[in-house]
Design a protein around this ligand. Structure first.
Ligand code: DAH
Length: 338
């Protein structure tokens, strides 16, 4: 009896199949009521008692091994069934959801297109900058309070934290372009900017700007005004009016801030705080010092510049209520801009 048990053990060990019928045959042969193993247990009763211990142990092992093998093979075949379902080529395809562009990207692209129609091309510059390109070359004197309007993040380099910083505006790209390129220059400069001003939950340290620059002989304030009027009408509709208010920027003289007429037509609403106007950008005639800093003769050339925040333009155009929505990645918000 011991020999035949050992033989069955070998047989069980070597049995393998992925066919359900063969596995069922295996079960019937060894484990069913009239199968080999119950039969062996029947025979076990007859053997002499001094052999019972040894035979009993190996018989139990046989039973356990047979059951384990059966369970293992059944588990495998059902996994294969699942897999073959996944490979069923006749199943309908899973639908793919088409994404949408972020409103900030949509507005940036639209701005690039509008200015492209006026002959402006796109220039880009680095986000990690130095003091010269962000402040000094733009006519911010060292220690001048104008620098306080734009606190930034300083990056340590060789123990010195003063000369490596994140740009606070895209105006630095004006300088980088004028250093490389001689007039005429007609460019717009979209990009990400950084400010250290987490004063409230609503303020943000990262946002986007589009800067514009036009340098040539005989460029006047009238050119600036007409260019920006064209932009406002293209972006916000034919009926849009603009208003220029005197302002101050170190890199322009004269400087102005531009408002567009509010949709409420001057009746006054929450958006325009009952003024009828919405501020959208800063602009002015490029300061002669800035031109000279870039090696451009300010007696021969003149030009205008402007800069605006993309988030703000998108907010006004799409009536977005809260700028935090831009950063939350909520699909219910984002999918509205198809
Ligand atoms: N750089 C200014 C800011 O971030 C915006 C600006 C104002 C840009 C006037 C210009 C300009 O080019 O002429 O607040």
């Amino acid at each position: 009896m011991l020999d035949s048990i050992k033989q069955f053990l070998g047989e069980i060990e070597h049995f393998a199949s992925h066919k359900k019928e063969e596995i069922e045959q295996f079960r019937i042969k060894f484990l069913s009521r009239k199968g080999i193993i119950p039969q062996l247990f029947e025979d076990f009763k007859q053997i002499p008692s001094e052999k019972k211990k040894e035979v009993g142990q190996i018989l139990n092992t046989l039973k356990v091994k047979a059951q384990e093998k059966l369970d293992f093979l059944l588990q495998k075949t059902s996994e294969n069934d699942e897999k073959s379902k996944l490979l069923d080529l006749t199943l309908p395809a899973e639908s793919l959801n088409v994404g949408s562009r972020h409103p900030v990207s949509l507005i940036r692209n639209e701005m690039v297109e509008i200015f492209a129609r006026l002959g402006f091309t796109v220039s880009e510059g680095p986000e990690i900058e130095d003091d010269w390109h962000v402040f000094s070359s733009l006519n911010f004197p060292e220690n001048h309070p104008a620098r306080d309007m734009q606190d930034t993040f300083f990056i340590e380099k060789n123990g010195d934290i003063n000369d490596v910083l994140l740009r606070t505006h895209t105006s630095s790209v004006q300088i980088r372009t004028m250093e490389k390129q001689k007039p005429p220059i007609r460019i717009i400069m979209p990009g990400r900017v950084f400010r250290n001003e987490a004063i409230s939950a609503r303020s943000h340290c990262i946002f986007h700007q589009v800067e514009g620059l036009y340098i040539d002989k005989k460029v006047s304030f009238a050119d600036l005004k007409q260019t920006l009027l064209y932009f406002a009408k293209e972006m916000f509709g034919e009926k849009t009016q603009i208003r220029l208010r005197p302002s101050f920027f170190p890199f322009t003289e004269p400087s102005a801030e531009m408002d567009i007429s509010c949709n409420c037509n001057g009746k006054g609403c929450n958006l325009c705080k009952y003024t009828g106007w919405l501020e959208i950008l800063g602009c002015g005639m490029v300061h002669p010092n800035v031109l000279e800093n870039c090696g451009i003769d300010s007696k021969v050339y003149s030009g205008f510049a402007f800069g605006m925040g993309i988030e703000r333009i998108a907010l006004l155009k799409y009536h977005i209520k809260d700028i935090r929505l831009y950063f939350e990645n909520d699909i219910r918000f984002l999918s509205q801009f198809r």
